[in-house]
Write a protein that binds this ligand. Structure first.
Ligand code: HEC
Ligand SMILES: [Cu+2]
Length: 338
């Protein structure tokens, strides 16, 4: 009796709490509130399998309780012994087969549908590279590279190539689609589709190191014309920076000079560190921090303090003075395209 009470007071509140939490899906971060085709067809499978399981659970429970009540031990006599019933055996063989077919057909058609990345790539193609602890997005047709924020056009399937530069990560935008692993030396592919313009949250879904949980990114869906304009502006800004900061780095402001001296080697063309071409537009710093001046200064002074294991060295006052840091921060926030 005691253990029953314990069970009641221990497990029941926990179950209710879990039920309560399950209502907490954030808009733009929940597979249960799909906002694109991929997540919609995946939710359909979740619902079909849940309904099937509930159906089995209810039927089996009813039979179980019925048998318990009906065949209770009434006296000490041994009941009539029966063995083998072809009717029953037929039922419990055929019913599960039917249930499995009901589950298999939509699962297979969905898998085939989700695998149509080649087709999507003909329209629009983006290369995603996962890095310890940031994401790089490359638009090969436009020659644009960006980091942390993946911009896509709405209303069409965008083909995505996925790889990793270091360890295994996993690319996951719950409101748009399921997870796909990114493996070093291997290309995976998928497509992303958003129904409407908006911002959707993405996560790394494969434990990859101490800052795995901070490896957040965003997918920003824009109307086609806004998307085209964004790409064009990014390209122009990128080219202007290359010309000014790389090719002819004369007559630079203090901020630009510090950047060229200390930061450009890594941040210049992506690959080693996130491109900062549109850093001033980013909502978050390093994928997860509020993007403001104070945090940015803290970041430049000591990145590992904010993101354990981050592969960027800190710059103390010996390397960048307080005045230089002010100028550098101004320069970084000027890096925007709208
Ligand atoms: C050795 C290469 C390296 C150097 C040099 C370097 N960084 Fe970084 N930086 C990185 C890496 C790697 C990241 C990504 C860290 C992460 O998010 O895990 C990063 C991230 C950042 C971010 C966040 C980017 C974003 O998209 O939110 C900023 C801002 C930044 N660095 C500024 C600077 C500045 C300013 C300098 C020069 C004073 C500098 N970095 C020098 C490697 C470098
Ligand atoms: Cu990761």
């Amino acid at each position: 009796m005691k253990s029953f009470k314990k069970l009641l007071f221990g497990i029941v509140p926990m179950m209710m709490f879990a039920l309560l939490l399950s209502g907490c899906g954030v808009e733009g971060l929940s597979a249960l509130k799909p906002m694109g085709e991929g997540a919609e067809i995946q939710l359909r499978i979740i619902i079909i399998s849940l309904v099937l399981m509930l159906f089995v659970l209810v039927i089996v429970s009813i039979i179980y309780v019925y048998v318990l009540m009906k065949f209770r031990r009434k006296d000490d006599s041994i009941p009539k012994q029966v063995e083998g019933s072809s009717t029953l055996e037929m039922i419990w063989t055929v019913v599960p087969i039917i249930l499995l077919i009901i589950l298999a057909v939509p699962t297979i058609t969905t898998t085939v549908e989700l695998a149509k990345a080649k087709e999507a790539k003909k329209e629009e193609e983006i290369n995603v590279t996962a890095n310890l602890y940031w994401w790089e997005f490359e638009y090969p047709n436009a020659g644009v590279v960006t980091g942390q924020e993946l911009v896509i056009p709405v209303g069409k399937r965008v083909g995505i190539n996925l790889t990793s530069k270091d360890v295994i990560h996993s690319f996951w935008v719950p409101a748009l689609s399921g997870k796909t692993d990114t493996n070093p030396g291997l290309d995976n592919e998928m497509w992303l589709h958003a129904n409407e313009p908006g911002t959707f949250f993405g996560k790394c879904a494969e434990l990859c190191g101490p800052s795995h949980a901070l490896m957040d990114f965003k997918v920003i869906a824009l109307e086609q014309e806004d998307y085209d304009k964004w790409l064009e502006d990014m390209k122009a800004q990128q080219d202007a920076n290359t010309e000014k900061l790389v090719a002819d780095n004369q007559n630079l402001t203090t901020g630009e000079a510090v950047y060229v001296e200390s930061c450009l080697s890594c941040h210049g063309g992506g690959k080693v560190a996130p491109s900062l071409t549109n850093f001033g537009d980013r909502e978050k710093l390093a994928g997860y921090l509020e993007n403001n001046e104070e945090k940015l200064k803290e970041w430049i002074r000591d990145p590992q303090e904010l993101k354990q294991g981050a592969l960027m060295p800190g710059f103390g006052e010996g390397q960048i003075s307080d005045e230089e840091l002010d100028a550098l921060v101004d320069f970084l926030y000027d890096q925007k395209i709208d």
